[in-house]
Design a protein around this ligand. Structure first.
Ligand code: PMP
Length: 428
């Protein structure tokens, strides 16, 4: 495939935008080469500036669960835009989407809308700290909760030590309040709680991790976290920015039958517009301003265009009784097809999948946490990525990302993809 115009556009962008992109992973740093510039998209396909058609397995990193330019969403945005794009005043549609979200997700009474997943998670931990009167949080290595300071922390010499910042600009003062645990390792969490007795406000987790590839929670892991939180008056925060309204109508709380204390949303909830949200039961949410002392605000929060897109999207997901089953079936078909051709071509790999989230790791060991995810062969991944791109299949340009399956994909698209994997596997 030819990417002449994309390359030229990237060179222009680099002159005026740091790294040529407005979010780092778009820059292809992990896989080399220059990013593809999108011209438009429809259904399961992206069309780039050079006229190539790509089957899209990123789907804006999750939100386009029903496909690109999905008509009910597009029409809702157009109709709303004609009536004004922002007021900074309350509108009825905010209550409508809030009512719908609260009815779809178990165990939440109130929801507040923000503009991104980062804001949702940042606000959730502030609320947890304000509610409990405690300062520290536990997060898991390899889980991403947006780019706010408290979350940009990586493991130091061991998971039981205080975190150290992994971005300049995050102060030691902030880093010391973020404790790091290993995903799927309950003993590790117990040790951290023991060493920081009475200091931990919340444990924040991606209940199915999607930022080190897709990693499911081990059986009983989330339940044990819930029990630990109950025993130590710690709030359990589910970051469902990826999993919310994707793995089930009620997200992972429904899927695993576990109640979280605060739930964060993003991606799907905005129908592709910049929306995030966090939600909890009354007693927690009533601590937020203007009812309570925990401050949180946003000029564009609850923006009418974003709410219109989100409401149209959630309405579709709520009304379509089979959507999550259908998505899981398509993903399982893809999983089996890819596994078959990789085995036939003797490529060492592991595939993880939950519902419509799937990732291919080039290592044979089970991938259960950040360390095992990092063992994957990145050179093989790079070839795999570029090989697929050349065949017209676009997966995330990093071995640590999940593929998001959209309902717009047909079985012909899936067969096309499996066939492309077969061709590429012969070159690995
Ligand atoms: N949490 C999770 C689980 C995410 O995957 C992401 C983004 N990929 C975020 C939070 C941050 O969301 P945003 O990029 O909208 O700020």
């Amino acid at each position: 495939m030819i990417y002449k115009r994309s390359s030229a556009l990237f060179a222009e962008a680099e002159k005026v935008i740091p790294g040529g992109v407005n979010s780092p992973v778009r820059a292809f740093k992990g896989v080399g080469g220059t990013p593809i510039f999108v011209k438009e998209a429809k259904g399961a396909y992206l069309y780039d500036e050079d006229g190539n058609r790509l089957i899209d397995y990123i789907n804006s990193w999750g939100p386009m669960i029903l496909g690109h330019a999905y008509e009910p969403v597009v029409n809702a945005v157009i109709e709303k835009a004609k009536k004004g794009t922002s007021f900074g005043m309350p509108t009825e549609i905010e209550t409508q989407i809030a009512e719908l979200a609260v009815s779809m997700v178990p165990n939440i009474d109130k929801i507040r809308f923000v503009n991104s997943g980062t804001e949702a998670c940042m606000s959730a931990i502030r609320l947890a700290r304000g509610f409990t009167g405690k300062d520290k949080i536990i997060k898991f290595a390899g889980c991403y909760h947006g780019h706010s300071d408290s979350f940009l922390i990586q493991a130091g010499s061991g998971a039981s030590t205080f975190g150290t910042p992994n971005s300049p600009g995050v102060t030691q003062g902030t880093a010391k309040d973020t404790l790091l645990a290993r995903y799927n390792d309950i003993e590790n969490v117990k040790q951290l709680i023991k060493a920081n007795k009475n200091d931990i406000a919340c444990i924040i987790i991606e209940p199915v991790a999607g930022n080190m590839g897709c990693i499911p929670p081990k059986k009983g892991f989330l339940k044990s976290l819930r029990a630990l939180c109950d025993a130590h008056e710690i709030l359990l925060v589910f970051d469902e920015v990826m999993t919310g309204f994707r793995l089930a109508k009620g997200g992972c709380q429904e899927l695993y039958n576990i109640d979280a204390d605060i739930v964060c949303f993003g991606k799907v909830i905005g129908g592709g517009l910049p929306v995030g949200a966090f939600a909890a039961r009354h007693e927690v949410m009533n601590h937020l301003a203007p009812l309570g002392p925990v401050y949180q605000a946003g000029t564009l929060s609850g923006n009418p265009l974003a709410m219109a897109a989100g409401l149209a999207m959630l309405t579709e997901l709520n009304n379509d009784k089979d959507i999550f089953k259908r998505l899981a079936e398509k993903t399982e078909y893809l999983h089996k097809g890819i596994a078959k051709v990789l085995i036939e071509n003797k490529i060492i790999h592991t595939i993880n999948r939950v519902g419509s989230m799937i990732s291919v790791h080039f290592d044979e060991a089970e991938v259960v946490d950040f360390d095992t995810a990092a063992k994957g062969n990145n050179e093989t991944f790079k070839k795999f990525f570029h090989g697929l791109l050349n065949e017209g299949v676009y997966i995330a340009p990093s071995a640590f990302e999940t593929w998001f399956i959209t309902d717009a994909l047909t079985y012909e698209d899936l067969d096309f993809t499996i066939n492309a994997v077969n061709k590429v596997a012969k070159t690995l």
